[in-house]
Design a protein around this ligand. Structure first.
Ligand code: GYE
Length: 325
């Protein structure tokens, strides 16, 4: 009996010692956290960098991560969220591909008392209790920055009339809606600006190419003055087509894009793009801070927006801070 008691005591003190020798108590709590993350797909360099940021940050914070990629399918995201609920993860994070259609599955998460954090994109629902927090860019502000650049450029080149074609991201997604609205709110009342048309390029490079071909067939290089594209992937696709057709993007057609991936920033430096509105994919750490806050029972901010700006041909592009992700 005495011997068994001694062994038990030894095991207990070892446990206590190892807990003390390792990380402090809050870290031990962190290790117990499991986060379910449903990424919407891998449509762009932005998305790939965003997935990497979430994975690296989960590792840094010592959180368990169940990550699922939905390959651009809302049903797959819904299935992933249901599997996270069944697994009883501590927190669910997901990037909704479109804004509507989430009410049922998020009500199931609420019923299971699992908090939900929206990453990158928003949902559109009258029920605000379906999610606890949002971390991602202010897309409306990004659209406005694109519009403000265009008006500044119009002044600088003394333009009287600028015909704009818009390459849009995935229909019904938050960045598509808000980048369009923000841009229009700035340029709409300026009678130098004419919007020729808005085409859906689904945030894909291949569709950016297709859209640019369609535009060239319809208007010719001389019939378009500005391309405003909702992301770099579509812009880079359009650049390929323009260059193949012998046009000089950046000079014959002003190119305005959103994201800031390395290839686009290099094209800005080479004079093929005129303005890159930044949108950072690096949301991992902000997300993990929110998860940690929830786990520790703290009040967390409802909305977290990262700091973002603009790189454009009015800037000193040799400055080392002008770099892409
Ligand atoms: O701009 C685009 C991606 O939701 C901010 O989605 C994201 C957008 C990003 O495919 O490249």
């Amino acid at each position: 009996m005495r011997k068994r008691f001694k062994v038990l005591l030894a095991v207990l003190s070892l446990l206590v010692l190892s807990a003390c020798a390792g990380s402090p108590a809050p870290d031990a709590a962190r290790e117990a956290v499991v986060l379910g993350f449903s990424q919407l797909g891998a449509e762009s360099s932005w998305r790939i960098a965003n997935t990497a940021s979430v994975k690296a940050a989960a590792e840094e914070y010592g959180f368990g991560l169940m990550a699922e990629n939905a390959n651009q399918k809302q049903e797959k995201q819904i299935d992933a969220i249901r599997s996270f609920i069944a697994y009883r993860v501590d927190v669910i994070a997901f990037s909704p591909i479109v804004e509507t259609g989430w009410d049922n599955v998020l009500a199931e998460a609420r019923q299971a008392k699992i908090p939900v954090i929206l990453v990158d994109r928003m949902i559109d629902s009258p029920d605000e209790s379906l999610y606890t927090a949002f971390v991602g860019a202010d897309f409306y502000a990004e659209g406005r920055r694109a519009g403000e650049y265009l008006l500044r450029k119009a002044d600088a080149i003394h333009a009287e009339h600028l015909r704009v074609a818009e390459l849009c991201g995935t229909p019904e997604s938050t960045p598509m809606r808000d980048r369009q609205r923000g841009f229009l709110d700035v340029v709409e009342k300026d009678d130098r600006i004419e919007i020729l048309e808005s085409l859906n390029g689904d945030f894909l490079r291949s569709k950016g190419e297709e859209c640019m071909k369609t535009l060239l067939e319809k208007y010719g290089v001389g019939g378009i003055d500005v391309i405003y594209s909702h992301n770099d992937s579509m812009t880079l696709g359009a650049l390929d087509v323009l260059e193949q057709s012998g046009a000089a993007p950046g000079r014959d057609i002003l190119m305005i894009t959103v994201d800031g991936e390395k290839e686009a920033v290099d094209a800005l430096k080479a004079g093929k793009i005129n303005c890159v509105v930044q949108c950072t994919p690096d949301l991992g750490k902000d997300l993990m801070e929110l998860v940690r806050g929830l786990k520790e029972g703290r009040e967390i901010p409802r909305i977290t927006h990262p700091q973002e700006g603009v790189f454009c041909d009015f800037d000193d592009l040799t400055d080392p801070s002008v770099e892409g992700f």
